[in-house]
Design a protein around this ligand. Structure first.
Ligand code: C5P
Length: 271
């Protein structure tokens, strides 16, 4: 049996810089990863089946609609495997989820067969190439142009989701301004406060639209008001708050979870 963490990805900022003729948007985003996520395990078997366990398993499809089975197909001549997904991340929440699971599946199949992960994984989903990364990257193009970012500070953070799913195509469709300024030059190797000063000047261009579609996002951001920086990730609805240190993050997470028992609240370390 082979098992891998499929970590949550967090868009620390996400600028929409243009529109491609096929309707996909050009992005400029700084993406990092949490030390928390789903787990995917593969065991050689007579036929390929997917089972889903874990706290956020409800409603996750186990048939061909699941990106894990699409990734298995996409790998090409993949061996038959029993796949178990431990679902810890909320679905349709802007932190990778299905794409992280698919990327973990591709890497496990690569380990199992000794064959490299196939190319052009963006065809499987725009977020798959970034989810195949281990460390922070600048993501451009429609998600396929990746530049490693070295020296990003470790960040104590909380992820908060009001458990309202957001449809990514719907958010992109409702976007009015599609040609915004790209990210400014990202400092590498500086202190946390220098980095946060820079990050505060960047944006998530999808945040205003997602807030219109899911008004609870505003409440989530309000709950993170004590953070050094709070913002929405991806197309939402998950927001992250970055804190000066771990005890501050722990204290804030406990308060938000107590005040909002219906929300998903997870303390993480981002890097
Ligand atoms: O590629 P994926 O299926 O993950 O993308 C979901 C949807 O998000 C696309 O159908 C498209 O509407 C939107 N999208 C976009 N520009 C991107 C990535 C996604 O418009 N760069």
């Amino acid at each position: 049996m082979k098992r891998r963490l499929a970590p949550a990805k967090v868009n620390l900022c996400l600028h929409v810089t243009g529109l491609r003729s096929d309707g996909y948007h050009l992005l400029d985003s700084l993406v990092c990863f949490a030390d928390f996520g789903d787990y995917v395990s593969l065991t050689p078997a007579a036929e390929t089946v997917l089972t889903v366990t874990g706290p956020r398993a409800e409603g996750v499809p186990t048939d061909g609609r699941n990106l894990i089975l699409k990734a298995h197909e996409f790998f090409g001549e993949a061996p038959e495997v029993a796949i178990e997904l431990e679902k810890n991340l909320p679905a349709a929440s802007g932190i990778g989820g299905g794409s992280a699971d698919a990327a973990a599946t591709l890497r496990l199949l690569s380990d199992l067969t000794g064959r490299p992960v196939v190319e052009n994984t963006a065809r499987l989903g725009a977020d798959i190439p970034v989810c195949l990364q281990d460390n922070a990257v600048r993501m451009q193009g429609v998600g396929e142009v990746l530049t490693p970012i070295v020296g990003l500070p470790q960040m104590d953070a909380i992820l908060v989701n009001p458990l309202k799913g957001v449809s990514t195509p719907e958010v992109f469709k409702a976007l009015v301004h599609k040609k915004n300024a790209p990210m400014s030059h990202c400092p590498q190797g500086g202190s946390l406060s220098e980095f946060l000063n820079w990050l505060d000047q960047q944006r998530n261009d999808l945040e205003p639209i997602a807030k219109e579609l899911v008004p609870e996002i505003e409440d989530v951001l309000d709950s993170l008001s004590a953070a050094a920086l709070a913002r929405m990730s991806g197309s939402g609805a998950t927001c992250f708050g970055i804190y000066a240190d771990r005890p501050s993050a722990t204290k804030a997470a406990a308060k938000i979870a107590a005040d909002h028992p219906g929300w998903w609240v997870q303390q993480v370390r981002l890097n």
